[in-house]
Design a protein around this ligand. Structure first.
Ligand code: NAD
Ligand code: UD1
Length: 338
Protein backbone atom coordinates (compact mmCIF):
# COMPACT_ATOMS: atom_id res chain seq x y z
CA UNK A 1 0.00 0.00 0.00
CA UNK A 2 1.17 3.53 -0.78
CA UNK A 3 1.07 6.32 1.79
CA UNK A 4 0.94 9.96 0.69
CA UNK A 5 3.17 11.95 3.06
CA UNK A 6 2.56 15.70 2.89
CA UNK A 7 5.55 17.65 4.23
CA UNK A 8 7.63 14.47 3.87
CA UNK A 9 10.92 16.34 3.33
CA UNK A 10 10.67 17.95 6.79
CA UNK A 11 12.09 16.82 10.12
CA UNK A 12 9.39 14.41 11.31
CA UNK A 13 8.18 13.59 7.79
CA UNK A 14 11.57 12.38 6.55
CA UNK A 15 12.05 10.11 9.58
CA UNK A 16 8.55 8.75 9.04
CA UNK A 17 9.32 8.01 5.37
CA UNK A 18 12.23 5.80 6.55
CA UNK A 19 10.00 3.86 8.95
CA UNK A 20 7.21 3.48 6.38
CA UNK A 21 9.61 2.15 3.72
CA UNK A 22 11.24 -0.18 6.27
CA UNK A 23 7.76 -1.49 7.13
CA UNK A 24 7.01 -2.31 3.50
CA UNK A 25 4.83 0.67 2.53
CA UNK A 26 5.31 2.60 -0.70
CA UNK A 27 5.85 6.32 -0.11
CA UNK A 28 4.72 9.32 -2.15
CA UNK A 29 5.81 12.74 -0.87
CA UNK A 30 4.44 16.19 -1.62
CA UNK A 31 6.43 19.10 -0.19
CA UNK A 32 6.93 22.69 -1.37
CA UNK A 33 10.34 22.80 0.43
CA UNK A 34 9.41 26.06 2.19
CA UNK A 35 11.11 24.74 5.35
CA UNK A 36 13.16 21.78 4.15
CA UNK A 37 15.88 20.57 1.84
CA UNK A 38 15.27 17.83 -0.75
CA UNK A 39 18.57 16.25 0.38
CA UNK A 40 16.57 14.79 3.27
CA UNK A 41 14.76 12.59 0.75
CA UNK A 42 18.07 11.47 -0.77
CA UNK A 43 19.07 10.39 2.74
CA UNK A 44 15.79 8.47 3.10
CA UNK A 45 16.64 6.59 -0.11
CA UNK A 46 20.22 6.02 1.08
CA UNK A 47 19.19 4.69 4.50
CA UNK A 48 16.45 2.39 3.24
CA UNK A 49 17.88 1.37 -0.13
CA UNK A 50 14.35 2.00 -1.48
CA UNK A 51 12.80 4.50 -3.90
CA UNK A 52 10.07 6.98 -3.11
CA UNK A 53 8.12 9.32 -5.37
CA UNK A 54 8.52 13.06 -4.80
CA UNK A 55 6.29 15.87 -6.06
CA UNK A 56 7.60 19.37 -5.36
CA UNK A 57 4.53 21.52 -4.82
CA UNK A 58 1.98 22.98 -2.45
CA UNK A 59 -0.75 20.97 -0.73
CA UNK A 60 -3.12 23.87 -1.46
CA UNK A 61 -2.66 23.18 -5.21
CA UNK A 62 -5.82 21.19 -5.96
CA UNK A 63 -4.81 20.30 -9.52
CA UNK A 64 -1.49 18.89 -8.34
CA UNK A 65 -3.20 16.81 -5.65
CA UNK A 66 -5.63 15.37 -8.22
CA UNK A 67 -2.67 14.45 -10.44
CA UNK A 68 -0.90 12.74 -7.52
CA UNK A 69 -3.97 10.66 -6.63
CA UNK A 70 -4.49 9.80 -10.32
CA UNK A 71 -0.87 8.69 -10.79
CA UNK A 72 -0.52 6.73 -7.52
CA UNK A 73 -2.73 4.21 -5.74
CA UNK A 74 -2.83 5.89 -2.32
CA UNK A 75 -4.30 4.02 0.68
CA UNK A 76 -3.66 6.55 3.45
CA UNK A 77 -2.46 10.14 3.90
CA UNK A 78 -0.17 11.45 6.64
CA UNK A 79 -0.55 15.22 6.73
CA UNK A 80 2.61 16.81 8.15
CA UNK A 81 2.73 19.85 5.83
CA UNK A 82 2.36 23.01 7.83
CA UNK A 83 4.15 26.03 9.20
CA UNK A 84 5.31 25.65 12.81
CA UNK A 85 7.20 28.74 14.02
CA UNK A 86 5.21 29.99 17.00
CA UNK A 87 6.73 33.52 17.06
CA UNK A 88 6.26 34.04 13.32
CA UNK A 89 2.64 32.93 13.64
CA UNK A 90 2.06 35.79 16.09
CA UNK A 91 3.56 38.38 13.72
CA UNK A 92 2.11 36.97 10.45
CA UNK A 93 -1.09 35.14 11.49
CA UNK A 94 -2.73 35.22 8.03
CA UNK A 95 0.16 33.21 6.56
CA UNK A 96 -0.38 30.50 9.20
CA UNK A 97 -4.15 30.33 8.92
CA UNK A 98 -3.92 30.27 5.11
CA UNK A 99 -1.23 27.61 4.90
CA UNK A 100 -2.25 25.31 7.74
CA UNK A 101 -6.03 25.46 7.32
CA UNK A 102 -6.33 25.69 3.53
CA UNK A 103 -3.90 22.81 3.03
CA UNK A 104 -6.22 20.59 5.09
CA UNK A 105 -9.37 21.86 3.36
CA UNK A 106 -8.01 21.30 -0.16
CA UNK A 107 -6.51 17.93 0.78
CA UNK A 108 -9.73 16.58 2.31
CA UNK A 109 -11.80 17.90 -0.63
CA UNK A 110 -9.65 15.96 -3.09
CA UNK A 111 -9.57 12.87 -0.83
CA UNK A 112 -13.37 12.82 -0.76
CA UNK A 113 -13.55 13.21 -4.55
CA UNK A 114 -11.23 10.26 -5.12
CA UNK A 115 -12.91 8.19 -2.39
CA UNK A 116 -9.80 7.63 -0.24
CA UNK A 117 -10.66 8.92 3.22
CA UNK A 118 -7.97 7.73 5.65
CA UNK A 119 -5.97 10.60 7.13
CA UNK A 120 -3.49 11.01 9.97
CA UNK A 121 -2.86 14.56 11.17
CA UNK A 122 0.14 16.10 12.99
CA UNK A 123 -1.41 17.82 15.95
CA UNK A 124 0.38 19.04 19.06
CA UNK A 125 0.24 19.07 22.83
CA UNK A 126 -0.17 22.82 22.37
CA UNK A 127 -3.94 22.22 21.91
CA UNK A 128 -4.25 21.37 25.63
CA UNK A 129 -5.30 24.20 27.95
CA UNK A 130 -2.40 25.22 30.21
CA UNK A 131 -4.14 24.60 33.55
CA UNK A 132 -4.93 20.90 32.99
CA UNK A 133 -3.73 18.40 35.57
CA UNK A 134 -0.65 16.39 34.55
CA UNK A 135 -0.18 13.98 32.92
CA UNK A 136 -2.29 15.03 29.95
CA UNK A 137 -4.82 12.48 28.71
CA UNK A 138 -6.55 12.68 25.33
CA UNK A 139 -9.67 13.68 27.29
CA UNK A 140 -7.93 16.62 29.00
CA UNK A 141 -9.39 20.02 28.12
CA UNK A 142 -8.34 21.71 24.87
CA UNK A 143 -8.58 25.23 23.44
CA UNK A 144 -7.45 28.55 24.87
CA UNK A 145 -4.39 28.50 22.61
CA UNK A 146 -1.91 31.35 23.09
CA UNK A 147 -0.81 31.86 19.47
CA UNK A 148 -2.11 31.45 15.88
CA UNK A 149 0.06 28.34 15.30
CA UNK A 150 -1.68 26.62 18.21
CA UNK A 151 -5.08 27.73 16.94
CA UNK A 152 -4.38 26.21 13.52
CA UNK A 153 -3.77 22.84 15.24
CA UNK A 154 -6.93 23.21 17.33
CA UNK A 155 -9.02 24.29 14.33
CA UNK A 156 -7.68 21.52 12.10
CA UNK A 157 -8.66 19.00 14.77
CA UNK A 158 -12.17 20.52 14.73
CA UNK A 159 -12.34 20.41 10.91
CA UNK A 160 -11.23 16.78 10.69
CA UNK A 161 -13.33 15.48 13.58
CA UNK A 162 -16.35 17.35 12.17
CA UNK A 163 -15.86 15.73 8.76
CA UNK A 164 -15.54 12.27 10.33
CA UNK A 165 -18.69 12.87 12.39
CA UNK A 166 -20.68 13.97 9.32
CA UNK A 167 -19.46 11.35 6.84
CA UNK A 168 -19.01 7.85 8.16
CA UNK A 169 -16.52 6.68 5.48
CA UNK A 170 -13.74 8.77 6.99
CA UNK A 171 -10.97 7.46 9.21
CA UNK A 172 -9.26 10.34 11.01
CA UNK A 173 -6.36 9.90 13.44
CA UNK A 174 -5.24 13.00 15.33
CA UNK A 175 -1.74 12.55 16.78
CA UNK A 176 -0.80 15.03 19.50
CA UNK A 177 2.99 15.19 19.61
CA UNK A 178 4.83 16.26 22.73
CA UNK A 179 8.40 17.56 22.16
CA UNK A 180 10.14 15.74 19.30
CA UNK A 181 13.94 15.79 19.45
CA UNK A 182 16.76 13.46 18.42
CA UNK A 183 17.79 12.32 14.98
CA UNK A 184 18.28 9.15 12.97
CA UNK A 185 20.94 7.05 14.77
CA UNK A 186 23.00 6.94 11.55
CA UNK A 187 23.71 10.68 11.90
CA UNK A 188 22.50 11.12 8.29
CA UNK A 189 19.13 12.76 9.04
CA UNK A 190 18.02 15.26 11.66
CA UNK A 191 16.43 18.60 12.42
CA UNK A 192 17.70 21.50 10.30
CA UNK A 193 15.98 24.65 11.51
CA UNK A 194 16.32 27.91 9.57
CA UNK A 195 17.73 30.92 11.43
CA UNK A 196 18.04 31.06 15.20
CA UNK A 197 16.35 28.01 16.75
CA UNK A 198 13.43 28.63 19.11
CA UNK A 199 13.33 25.12 20.51
CA UNK A 200 15.60 23.80 23.20
CA UNK A 201 17.45 20.89 21.58
CA UNK A 202 18.48 22.57 18.31
CA UNK A 203 19.69 25.53 20.37
CA UNK A 204 21.73 23.20 22.61
CA UNK A 205 23.35 21.40 19.69
CA UNK A 206 24.23 24.71 17.98
CA UNK A 207 25.89 25.93 21.20
CA UNK A 208 27.78 22.65 21.53
CA UNK A 209 29.02 22.85 17.93
CA UNK A 210 30.12 26.48 18.38
CA UNK A 211 27.49 28.21 16.20
CA UNK A 212 26.00 29.99 19.28
CA UNK A 213 27.79 31.32 22.35
CA UNK A 214 25.60 30.02 25.17
CA UNK A 215 22.18 28.69 26.03
CA UNK A 216 19.68 30.91 27.84
CA UNK A 217 17.69 28.84 30.32
CA UNK A 218 14.31 30.57 30.38
CA UNK A 219 13.45 30.77 34.07
CA UNK A 220 14.60 28.84 37.16
CA UNK A 221 11.70 29.79 39.42
CA UNK A 222 9.01 27.45 38.10
CA UNK A 223 7.32 25.05 40.55
CA UNK A 224 9.34 22.09 39.25
CA UNK A 225 12.04 19.89 40.83
CA UNK A 226 14.87 22.27 39.88
CA UNK A 227 12.90 25.40 38.95
CA UNK A 228 13.30 25.02 35.16
CA UNK A 229 10.54 24.11 32.69
CA UNK A 230 9.54 20.45 32.39
CA UNK A 231 8.55 18.83 29.07
CA UNK A 232 7.99 15.38 27.59
CA UNK A 233 10.75 14.93 24.98
CA UNK A 234 10.24 12.12 22.48
CA UNK A 235 12.79 10.65 20.08
CA UNK A 236 11.85 11.43 16.48
CA UNK A 237 12.33 7.78 15.46
CA UNK A 238 9.81 6.70 18.13
CA UNK A 239 7.46 9.38 16.85
CA UNK A 240 7.92 8.12 13.29
CA UNK A 241 7.10 4.57 14.40
CA UNK A 242 3.95 5.92 16.04
CA UNK A 243 2.83 7.04 12.58
CA UNK A 244 3.36 3.57 11.13
CA UNK A 245 1.13 2.19 13.92
CA UNK A 246 -1.42 4.91 13.16
CA UNK A 247 -1.50 4.00 9.45
CA UNK A 248 -2.32 0.42 10.37
CA UNK A 249 -5.04 1.62 12.75
CA UNK A 250 -6.52 4.12 10.26
CA UNK A 251 -6.86 1.47 7.57
CA UNK A 252 -8.84 -0.82 9.90
CA UNK A 253 -11.17 1.67 11.65
CA UNK A 254 -13.65 4.41 10.77
CA UNK A 255 -14.39 7.57 12.74
CA UNK A 256 -12.03 9.92 14.57
CA UNK A 257 -9.53 9.00 17.29
CA UNK A 258 -7.01 11.13 19.17
CA UNK A 259 -3.69 9.82 20.51
CA UNK A 260 -0.90 11.38 22.56
CA UNK A 261 2.58 10.58 21.27
CA UNK A 262 4.86 11.18 24.24
CA UNK A 263 6.92 9.17 26.69
CA UNK A 264 5.12 10.12 29.91
CA UNK A 265 8.43 11.27 31.40
CA UNK A 266 8.89 14.91 32.47
CA UNK A 267 12.40 16.32 31.87
CA UNK A 268 13.59 19.78 32.99
CA UNK A 269 15.84 22.12 31.02
CA UNK A 270 18.70 21.47 33.46
CA UNK A 271 18.12 17.69 33.30
CA UNK A 272 18.54 18.04 29.54
CA UNK A 273 21.68 20.17 29.81
CA UNK A 274 23.29 17.77 32.29
CA UNK A 275 22.40 14.63 30.33
CA UNK A 276 23.65 16.19 27.08
CA UNK A 277 26.98 17.08 28.70
CA UNK A 278 27.45 13.67 30.32
CA UNK A 279 26.46 11.54 27.34
CA UNK A 280 28.42 13.54 24.78
CA UNK A 281 31.28 14.81 26.95
CA UNK A 282 30.99 18.33 25.51
CA UNK A 283 30.95 21.83 26.99
CA UNK A 284 27.58 23.52 27.15
CA UNK A 285 27.75 27.06 28.55
CA UNK A 286 24.45 28.44 29.80
CA UNK A 287 23.01 31.41 31.72
CA UNK A 288 19.76 31.70 33.62
CA UNK A 289 17.51 34.16 31.78
CA UNK A 290 13.98 35.50 32.46
CA UNK A 291 10.98 33.28 31.74
CA UNK A 292 9.90 33.19 28.05
CA UNK A 293 6.44 34.73 27.63
CA UNK A 294 3.78 32.09 26.95
CA UNK A 295 5.74 29.22 28.54
CA UNK A 296 4.16 26.93 31.09
CA UNK A 297 5.94 25.17 33.98
CA UNK A 298 5.15 21.56 33.17
CA UNK A 299 3.75 19.54 30.25
CA UNK A 300 3.89 15.76 29.86
CA UNK A 301 1.73 13.02 28.40
CA UNK A 302 -0.18 10.05 29.62
CA UNK A 303 0.67 7.69 26.72
CA UNK A 304 -1.57 4.82 27.96
CA UNK A 305 -4.12 5.04 25.12
CA UNK A 306 -1.42 4.86 22.41
CA UNK A 307 0.05 1.80 24.12
CA UNK A 308 -3.27 0.01 24.56
CA UNK A 309 -4.94 0.90 21.24
CA UNK A 310 -2.06 1.44 18.80
CA UNK A 311 0.32 -1.01 20.48
CA UNK A 312 2.96 1.73 20.40
CA UNK A 313 5.37 2.78 23.16
CA UNK A 314 8.40 5.06 22.94
CA UNK A 315 11.60 3.00 23.21
CA UNK A 316 14.35 5.63 23.45
CA UNK A 317 15.44 7.41 26.63
CA UNK A 318 16.87 10.88 27.17
CA UNK A 319 20.47 9.69 26.77
CA UNK A 320 19.61 8.23 23.33
CA UNK A 321 17.96 11.52 22.33
CA UNK A 322 20.98 13.58 23.44
CA UNK A 323 23.45 11.23 21.75
CA UNK A 324 21.57 11.10 18.43
CA UNK A 325 20.91 14.87 18.31
CA UNK A 326 24.62 15.52 18.85
CA UNK A 327 25.71 12.85 16.39
CA UNK A 328 23.61 14.56 13.68
CA UNK A 329 24.80 18.09 14.55
CA UNK A 330 28.51 17.28 14.79
CA UNK A 331 28.48 15.34 11.51
CA UNK A 332 26.40 18.04 9.77
CA UNK A 333 27.31 21.34 11.49
CA UNK A 334 25.30 23.33 8.94
CA UNK A 335 22.49 20.78 8.64
CA UNK A 336 21.70 19.72 5.06
CA UNK A 337 23.26 22.98 3.85
CA UNK A 338 26.75 21.47 3.69
P1 NAD B 1 9.09 20.81 9.23
O1 NAD B 1 8.96 22.27 8.98
O2 NAD B 1 10.46 20.23 9.29
O3 NAD B 1 8.23 19.99 8.17
C1 NAD B 1 7.07 20.50 7.56
C2 NAD B 1 7.22 20.31 6.06
O4 NAD B 1 6.03 20.77 5.41
C3 NAD B 1 8.38 21.09 5.48
O5 NAD B 1 9.17 20.23 4.68
C4 NAD B 1 7.72 22.17 4.63
O6 NAD B 1 8.51 22.52 3.50
C5 NAD B 1 6.40 21.51 4.25
N1 NAD B 1 5.27 22.41 3.97
C6 NAD B 1 4.78 23.40 4.75
N2 NAD B 1 3.68 23.95 4.16
C7 NAD B 1 3.48 23.26 3.01
C8 NAD B 1 2.50 23.34 1.99
N3 NAD B 1 1.51 24.24 2.02
N4 NAD B 1 2.60 22.48 0.95
C9 NAD B 1 3.60 21.57 0.88
N5 NAD B 1 4.55 21.45 1.82
C10 NAD B 1 4.49 22.30 2.88
O7 NAD B 1 8.30 20.51 10.59
P2 NAD B 1 8.24 19.18 11.47
O8 NAD B 1 8.89 19.47 12.76
O9 NAD B 1 8.65 18.01 10.66
O10 NAD B 1 6.67 19.13 11.76
C11 NAD B 1 5.78 18.38 10.95
C12 NAD B 1 4.37 18.63 11.43
O11 NAD B 1 4.28 18.29 12.80
C13 NAD B 1 3.93 20.09 11.34
O12 NAD B 1 2.56 20.13 10.97
C14 NAD B 1 4.12 20.60 12.73
O13 NAD B 1 3.28 21.69 13.02
C15 NAD B 1 3.75 19.38 13.55
N6 NAD B 1 4.33 19.39 14.89
C16 NAD B 1 5.68 19.55 15.04
C17 NAD B 1 6.23 19.61 16.32
C18 NAD B 1 7.71 19.83 16.51
O14 NAD B 1 8.13 20.16 17.61
N7 NAD B 1 8.55 19.62 15.51
C19 NAD B 1 5.40 19.48 17.44
C20 NAD B 1 4.03 19.29 17.25
C21 NAD B 1 3.51 19.25 15.96
C1 UD1 C 1 7.33 25.14 21.86
C2 UD1 C 1 6.13 25.97 21.46
C3 UD1 C 1 4.96 25.04 21.20
C4 UD1 C 1 5.32 23.98 20.16
C5 UD1 C 1 6.57 23.24 20.65
C6 UD1 C 1 7.04 22.20 19.66
C7 UD1 C 1 6.38 28.18 22.49
C8 UD1 C 1 5.87 29.10 23.56
N1 UD1 C 1 5.83 26.94 22.49
O1 UD1 C 1 7.00 24.46 23.04
O2 UD1 C 1 3.83 25.77 20.77
O3 UD1 C 1 4.26 23.07 19.98
O4 UD1 C 1 7.63 24.18 20.87
O5 UD1 C 1 7.53 22.82 18.50
O6 UD1 C 1 7.20 28.54 21.67
N2 UD1 C 1 14.02 26.67 26.63
C9 UD1 C 1 15.10 27.33 27.18
N3 UD1 C 1 15.97 27.94 26.34
C10 UD1 C 1 15.83 27.94 24.97
C11 UD1 C 1 14.72 27.24 24.43
C12 UD1 C 1 13.83 26.63 25.28
O7 UD1 C 1 15.26 27.36 28.40
O8 UD1 C 1 16.66 28.53 24.26
C13 UD1 C 1 13.08 25.97 27.53
C14 UD1 C 1 11.65 26.46 27.45
O9 UD1 C 1 11.43 27.52 28.35
C15 UD1 C 1 10.88 25.19 27.83
C16 UD1 C 1 11.76 24.05 27.28
O10 UD1 C 1 13.06 24.61 27.13
O11 UD1 C 1 10.81 25.04 29.22
C17 UD1 C 1 11.29 23.51 25.94
O12 UD1 C 1 11.14 24.60 25.03
P1 UD1 C 1 10.79 24.36 23.47
O13 UD1 C 1 11.73 23.36 22.90
O14 UD1 C 1 10.71 25.70 22.81
O15 UD1 C 1 9.36 23.66 23.51
P2 UD1 C 1 7.98 24.12 24.19
O16 UD1 C 1 8.16 25.35 24.99
O17 UD1 C 1 7.42 22.94 24.88
Amino acid sequence: MNVLVTGGAGYIGSHTCVELLNSGYGVVVIDNLCNSNPKSLDRVRELTGKELTFYEGDVRDEALLKKIFAENDIGCVIHFAGLKAVGESVSIPWKYYDNNLNSTLVLTKVMKEVGMMNIIFSSSATVYIADNEMPLKETSRTGGCTNPYGWTKYMTEQILSGIAFAEKDWSVVLLRYFNPIGAHPSGRMGEDPRGIPNNLMPYITQVAVGRREKLSVYGNDYPTHDGTGVRDYIHVVDLAKGHVAAVDYACKHKGCEVFNLGTGVGVSVLDMVNTFREVNQVELPYVIAPRRPGDIATCYADPTKSREVLGWTAQHDLADMCRDSWNWQKNNPMGYGE
